[in-house]
Design a protein around this ligand. Structure first.
Ligand SMILES: Nc1nc2c(ncn2[C@@H]2O[C@H](COP(=O)(O)OP(=O)(O)OP(=O)(O)O)[C@@H](O)[C@H]2O)c(=O)[nH]1
Length: 688
């Protein structure tokens, strides 16, 4: 559906919906500029309407445009604000889509564990809504991320499920996506011949549908696989076709990205001058504007200079690349630059400098290795999720079969002939399903066989790294809650979003934020040592588990609850009004002391807890940005006051009046001083 950008200014819902569809269609067709133009039109309408849902829609659509432009951090910011709005309005379908897009943005920035986490969130909602088409989409994306962390087994399973959903829906778009992704996976595994077969299948569907940008992507990846197979002539022709199509739809960043493939083809052929022209051209356009493109161009430039024995130049490119990769936190690519530097220094017989560069290379590799350990956890979690999904799918199929059987019986009784025809159709359908599934299975089994040996080696490595990282996992094994690593990873973006909402207000860009505070609680079980001493550690553990469950009842699903350590828990209520803090704290204390804790041997223990909390931002009228550790120091000082006033109660720091209150060490005696000087607003349980 195409809508004239000039004419949609009425703000009518049907017009707005048509405009949204139009933007997505233009983008899918690769007309990014047109999509951005229409988005500006939507922006005008949204500005007039002040409708938060519409603002969230605009943020999502703009984020998708930004992803097309490879501007991922901005896309993430926009998606986070949409996530907030959709959670508030309980718009589950839109929320699931936002999660999927967040996953894709993180995937594009090579943060695979976070990408998988978001994909799982989206998938859970789509499952609950039984939305097969979206399940196919998210399955494909998950396959990509699993493939990227080397979990080929998991990736193949994800694609299999995605393909099933796509076939069931008869959806060409999703089928093409799965084929494209399977091509990518095979290319990653080094099986370029199979990769080509998948890319060609995807290309065929996209050509039928006239999806120019997808056709361009298929051509680009076909070129890369052909290059790997040393078929330079065909590779060059596909790379040129990709570049032509990307330029045609004004997607110049991608055109430049695949000009680098062309440069690699020239290098492989020994046409170094031609390669150099292309590289310089890309570096010139990318520098400063497109960080991802600049990094890729510098890798090829360093490689080119090394091969033409211009070692000084190669080192210069490598140094530029190291600096930029550090800024962009792209460790895998930083490793490539260090390697290039070591090679060039060695080739120049500068062994001292080469040794120093080698040490740096080892350090960065070690860092990357540590990150991969976290990825390994994501892989383990993803595998568990896949097994669960399979069981669920199996159960659903059985239920459907039972339902169908009941239905056929009734129909048979009513009308034998109609029943007979139905059975014949069902049979044909089952045969057709079996045929398509068998075909898909054959293909997958063949690939699994090829990969079995590699997988068992990888599994062995995985077991070793899992052992290493058990203590660092993001889940607390006793209570099943998340642990401090999880909170440290996720809270940063929430704090940034909160800062942004408030500073927009200070700068007069938006109205005063409502329901945008973060509340950080520390919850500590009272006299827990006595529980252990009197009843033993096992009972102590049972208390911790029951305690966690009660915490989960008090907070919302979208809040964070983590076991910080021992008998101490941290909960963060996200994007609420600070007025709710007292209510939550009271509810927390009551949730614990109201009913005794039932233990497995019918013993019932009276348990109480103390709570300290802090509301963020602390000075709403003048944002002083804080990190998690500082906020915890403050809630801990409040917790101390709660303990000192007899336990089984709460104390909260609602706001502070001046910036100087943020002393280096925010401890209990500093808080007491601030209270005495009336520089803070403190809340306590009435009567305590
Ligand atoms: N059973 C069990 N006990 C734990 C665990 N982690 C920490 N603990 C115990 O928790 C107790 C904490 O004791 P303290 O820090 O003295 O605190 P408390 O007794 O709760 O006293 P207050 O905080 O002043 O109310 C210690 O006895 C730890 O051994 C665990 O995973 N399981």
């Amino acid at each position: 559906m195409h809508v004239d950008a000039q004419r949609v200014d009425t703000g009518k819902k049907s017009d707005i919906d048509a405009l949204k569809v139009s933007i997505r269609t233009e983008r899918e067709l690769g007309n990014i500029q047109k999509a951005e133009l229409l988005t500006q039109n939507l922006q005008g309408i949204v500005a007039k309407s002040q409708n938060p849902e519409l603002q969230a829609d605009l943020a999502t659509i703009t984020a998708e445009n930004e992803i097309s432009r490879t501007r991922y951090p901005h896309a993430i910011e926009l998606l986070k604000s949409a996530e907030l709005a959709y959670s508030r309005s309980s718009n589950d379908l839109a929320l699931a889509y936002v999660y999927t897009m967040l996953g894709y943005a993180y995937y594009s920035m090579s943060d695979y564990p976070l990408a998988l986490d978001y994909y799982h969130r989206g998938e859970r909602i789509y499952n609950a809504l039984d939305d097969k088409k979206s399940l196919s989409m998210v399955g494909s994306y998950m396959g990509l991320a699993l493939g990227a962390i080397g979990d080929y087994d998991g990736a193949i399973l994800a694609y299999q499920t995605a393909l099933d959903h796509a076939i069931e829906q008869g959806s060409d778009a999703e089928k093409s996506q799965v084929f494209y992704s399977l091509g990518g996976l095979n290319a990653k595994m080094g099986d370029h011949r199979s990769a080509l077969a998948y890319f060609y299948s995807s290309l065929e569907i996209d050509t039928k549908r006239g999806m120019v940008q997808n056709i361009a992507f298929n051509n680009a990846l076909i070129a890369e696989s052909l290059l790997a197979l040393s078929d330079f002539e065909a590779a060059e022709s596909h790379a040129n076709e990709a570049i032509r199509l990307f330029n045609e739809v004004k997607s110049t960043e991608y055109a430049d990205m695949y000009k680098l493939t062309l440069a690699k083809i020239h290098i492989a052929r020994g046409s170094y001058d031609q390669a150099n022209d292309v590289i310089q051209n890309v570096l010139h356009t990318a520098n400063g504007r497109f960080p991802a493109l600049t990094l890729n161009a510098l890798v090829v430039a360093a490689q080119h200079a090394f091969l033409t024995s211009e070692h000084e130049i190669s080192i210069d490119y490598a140094d530029q690349g190291i600096k930029k990769a550090k800024q962009a936190e792209r460790l895998p690519i930083e490793v490539q630059f260090h390697e290039a530097k070591v090679n060039s220094l060695e080739a120049m017989n500068r062994f001292d400098a080469a040794f120093i560069a080698l040490k740096e290379l080892m350090r960065v590799k070690e860092k990357l290795n540590n990150e991969n350990k976290v990825e390994a956890i994501a892989r383990a979690q993803a595998q568990t999720e896949t097994v669960r999904k399979e069981l669920e799918l199996d159960l659903k199929l059985k239920e459907q079969a039972l339902e169908q059987a009941g239905l056929s019986e009734k129909l048979l009784l009513k009308n034998f002939f109609i029943g007979l025809i139905l059975i014949l159709f069902s049979l044909l359908f089952v045969l057709y399903r079996r045929y398509t599934l068998r075909k898909a299975n054959e293909r997958l089994e063949w690939k699994v066989r090829i990969q079995t040996r590699e997988l068992s080696e990888k599994n062995e490595q995985l077991i070793q790294s899992l052992k290493l990282i058990e203590s660092e996992s993001i889940t607390d094994t006793l209570t099943g809650l998340k642990n401090r690593r999880y909170l440290q990873k996720f809270i940063k973006t929430d704090i940034a979003l909160c800062d942004r909402e408030f500073s927009d207000w200070h700068q007069g860009k938006s109205r005063k934020p409502i329901g945008s505070d973060l509340l950080v609680f520390i919850v500590d079980i009272d006299d827990f040592k006595q529980v252990n001493d009197r009843f033993g550690h096992q009972i102590g553990d049972e208390v911790l588990i029951e305690f966690s469950k009660r915490l989960e009842h008090v907070f919302r699903q979208s809040d964070y609850i983590v076991r910080w350590g021992g008998e101490e828990f941290v909960a963060v209520a996200r994007f609420v009004d600070r007025k709710s803090a007292m209510v939550l704290a009271q509810r927390l204390v009551k949730a614990i002391n109201d009913t005794k804790f039932e233990m497995h041997d019918n013993m019932a223990l009276p348990i109480t807890c103390s709570v300290g909390y802090v509301c963020y931002p602390l000075i709403p009228t003048n944002v002083v940005s804080c990190h998690l550790e500082k906020l915890l120091e403050m809630s801990d000082a409040c917790l101390y006051l709660a303990k000192a006033s007899g336990k089984n109660t709460w104390v909260g720091l609602e706001s502070v009046n001046d910036e100087e209150a943020f002393a280096e060490d925010f401890n209990k005696s500093w808080l007491e001083t601030l209270i005495r000087q009336k520089r803070v607003t403190i809340r306590r349980e009435p009567g305590k």
